[in-house]
Write a protein that binds this ligand. Sequence first.
Ligand code: GSH
Length: 85
Amino acid sequence: MKPVTIYTTRTCGFCRMAKALLSKKAVPFEEIDVTFDEASRTEMTAKAGGRTTVPQIWIGEQHIGGCDDLYELEYAGKLDALLEA
Ligand SMILES: N[C@@H](CCC(=O)N[C@@H](CS)C(=O)NCC(=O)O)C(=O)O
């Protein structure tokens, strides 16, 4: 399984939803909490092509996007293949 990275903040409901989906699927992930970490948030935004919202999610080197994007992949039946590819 490819490594999953998710940038989050502590009060973010979309972050909780994204993590809930990953946990339900038993997908391990590295969480980078940017709540008080401006440097990591700047790094996230740069890597995410200018997107500033949290969560921002990567599967391996591939940028998935936010919570909505993650759920869209799941509902389209494409998430498992991305995780395992
Ligand atoms: N459609 C986005 C919505 C993400 C979103 O609005 N996140 C909020 C926090 S829950 C956010 O980043 N707000 C701006 C901010 O915290 O600076 C997604 O699915 O990820």
